[in-house]
Ligand binder design. Sequence first.
Ligand code: AMP
Ligand code: MG
Length: 331
Amino acid sequence: MKRLFLCLLILFSALSLLSCSASAQTNESFAMDTVIRQTVYAPDDTVIKQNNQILRALEDATSKTIETSDIARLNAANDQDVELSAETARILELCLEEAQRTDGAFHPALGTIMSAWGFGTENTRVPDKRELEQLLLHTDYTNITVNGTQANAGGTQIDLGGAVKGYALGKIAENLEQNNVSAAIISLGGSIYAKGTKPDGSKFKVGIRDPFGSENDYMGTISLDGSFVSTSGIYSRGFEQDGAYYHHLIDPKTGMPVENNLESVTVVSPAGILSDIYSTALFVMGPEQGLKFAQQNGIDALYLTRDKQILATDGFAQKYEFAIKNQEYQE
Ligand code: AMP
Ligand code: MG
């Protein structure tokens, strides 16, 4: 009995020591063309460093512009088989599955088109119709094959820019779990993951960007605990030419920026890669078809239109405690 008491005492002391020693560790870094902000409640910055390593490794494996990456090698091989890491093969497989499910709205083979526009580079330009027609001939994602770790780009140029950040956040969430981190919030460009509560016991609130404002302006907030949110918006990567604005969310049928009345789409999901993929796909589908697809597939989504209308799937507001901060937006 005495021994049991002693054991329990040691256990409780160890646990209280553990929880006391966890404090907010913060970090800002840059990878995957985006700023990464981490707040992790932990005794030291070990987990943050591991997370940064995870991001760098994934970028090295999937970036189209790093010549040695799996994806760049696959693209360079044109229609020859290439050996990939098991992880890249899995990511590619998931992207192909979702391309099929979304009937190509999420389209992982728009590499030639993205390069022609040059979004995110200094060499942005508006390709003409004929050039786009030629490039579109090399975008049939159904030609891409993955067999185990052998893959073939089937003559396309693969671009996983609409999915990899979400996947990376999923992997970071796993790392937090493995390290018994009970509270953290990580943002990676337009994708955010939060788990647990702040020291005062409240949930993490995440801002939904006001597309008409600057980077720090929010039109509303949602509460997150253990899920992932991604927003695809026309403001994040685009340029103006001759009075027209061109953005990076591409209509796979035309190779042109999607033309609809949308500013952004936000998706909350229990899986990082899916929040990222579906925010892109639902934007491409547009509000009518996209909301229908989301309802049918149990996806939680919120659309913001150019005339500041808010359109959301059933129950979105209640589930994530959606609160409007900018009253110009109407539900
Ligand atoms: P996101 O900001 O997650 O919506 O991703 C946008 C990025 O995904 C772009 O910069 C492109 O690299 C890629 N992309 C653009 N259009 C599409 C599309 N229709 N399907 C899949 N990826 C796309
Ligand atoms: Mg995306």
